[in-house]
Design a protein around this ligand. Structure first.
Ligand SMILES: Cc1ncc(COP(=O)(O)O)c(C=O)c1O
Length: 423
């Protein structure tokens, strides 16, 4: 394993490679391969960017064809057949059947770009300055999105104050005795709250980086009602838990709610190519031409893979399969992992499950489990406060057998670390 080039020339900002210290060469389905010939089960899934598997053959064929035929690779936001085909398919097969009437905007290619566009639009439309977000949120690393993101380590890098345009609301799991909706009502109605009416309330329906916190349907419905009542725009960030991860294509479907604005990225690109979408109700479309411009808005190759990804998702029943595999995983965790120690907790839905070690008073417990798992060829990443939660997020196409094998490695890793700690 030769990592000299990275260590010598790549910035200290590099991150995931520190947890997974090898040099990867290939990937397929739910597996990664490194240059030393090792095969790893992937429970990280590019942070949710390759839900349909690494190098999915169906999608690969489409993109190879497109490139072989000199399909356009770059065209700013000019009209192309690739973009038209994607828009029409997405509209017909995904939005319409769910009765979702939205305009689609292609901001820059990453998730944080989609969030920035959503914030800009919400502020422009409402002519209000502040935005509310939840504690525990992760929405990206550029300044606007970072102002919503709450973890200290990320915010520290900003170098400027982030708090002048954002108010953070406690997430409902933080103080179970606090009715967060009533709290927000009070912020608006109490003439001594000191808080002004926001342009928007931004939420994830499942906080992924926040430690796999799944918000219940009742709470989500009340959030929708609250926002409607006060004419505050509801923005749902579906960048990580969208694209069928939660068992329905959009994570907000389970609550039967419709956001005013929502964001998609990661797996909407289908094949790991960067693509981001900001979607909003047609009446919110107050941008003037070029007002949120950019060179890489709507990656043409990603339009091909995005459409192919949706075709694959629909023809392979990925939503139902995700729910079915999620049950397998839930049962495994309940039967094989929770009994290892009463302080271990689990949370999740679909194929995103968190194993929470925060009640175990050993510094870096989850990191040790992660390291052991990696040494035994499982790639899994941490999340949540103090990084005390391990997030299992395999590609949705993972075979049952591989899912169970990966979970077995995770169980053995936890067992081993518990044994070490109890020595
Ligand atoms: C919910 C959510 N929003 C936004 C982002 C930012 O996306 P990107 O890293 O592509 O900028 C992420 C990334 O993990 C995310 O999970």
């Amino acid at each position: 394993m030769n990592t000299l080039a990275f260590e010598k020339y790549e910035s200290e900002v590099r991150s995931y490679c520190r947890h997974f210290p090898t040099v990867f060469t290939k990937s397929k389905g739910a597996f990664f391969f490194d240059e030393d010939g090792n095969k790893y089960i992937d429970f990280f899934c590019g942070a949710g960017a390759v839900n349909y598997g690494h190098n999915n053959d169906y999608i690969k064929e489409k993109v190879l064809d497109y490139i072989a035929n000199d399909g356009i690779t770059h065209s700013l936001d000019m009209y192309t057949t690739a973009k038209r085909d994607f828009i029409e398919y997405f509209e017909e097969k995904v939005l319409k059947p769910r009765d979702l009437d939205y305009k689609i905007m292609f901001p820059g290619p990453t998730g944080t770009n989609a969030v920035e566009a959503a914030l800009k639009l919400a502020r422009k439309y409402t002519k209000r300055r502040t935005v509310w977000a939840l504690m525990g949120a992760f929405h990206g690393m550029t300044l606007g999105a970072l102002a919503l993101t709450t973890d200290k380590a990320s915010r520290r890098g900003a170098g400027v104050p982030l708090d002048s345009n954002v108010v953070h609301i406690p997430a409902p799991y933080m103080f179970p005795e606090l009715d967060t909706i009533k709290y927000m009502e009070t912020l608006l109605t109490d003439d001594h709250s000191g808080v002004e009416k926001p342009a928007a309330f931004v939420i994830e329906t499942i906080q992924a980086e926040g430690g796999i916190q799944v918000f219940d349907v009742e709470w989500l419905k009340r959030v929708r009602e609250f926002c409607t009542k006060h004419e505050i725009l509801l923005i749902v960030d579906d960048i990580q838990v969208g694209c069928a991860r939660s068992g329905t294509f959009f994570s907000f479907e389970r609550a039967g709610i419709k956001p005013d604005i929502f964001t998609l990225s990661k797996s909407i690109g289908g094949y790991g190519f960067p693509l981001a979408l900001t979607l909003f109700k047609p009446e919110l479309d107050v941008f003037t031409p070029g007002e949120h411009n950019g060179t890489f808005r709507g990656n043409q190759i990603a339009f091909i893979t995005a459409k192919a990804g949706l075709e694959y998702m629909l023809s392979h029943n990925i939503e139902a399969e995700t729910r079915r595999k999620g049950e397998i995983e839930k049962e495994f965790i309940e039967k094989e992992i929770l009994p290892l120690d009463s302080r271990i907790k689990m949370r999740g839905i679909g194929l995103i499950w968190g194993i929470d070690f925060s009640e175990i008073p050993v510094k870096g417990f989850a990191d040790k489990v992660q390291d052991y798992a990696f040494a035994h060829k499982l790639i899994i990443e941490g999340a949540g406060r103090k990084n005390a939660v391990l997030k299992t997020m395999p590609p949705l196409i993972i075979e049952d057998e591989t899912l169970l094998e990966g979970l077995g490695i995770l169980r053995d890793a936890i067992k081993e670390v518990l044994k070490e700690e109890n020595k």
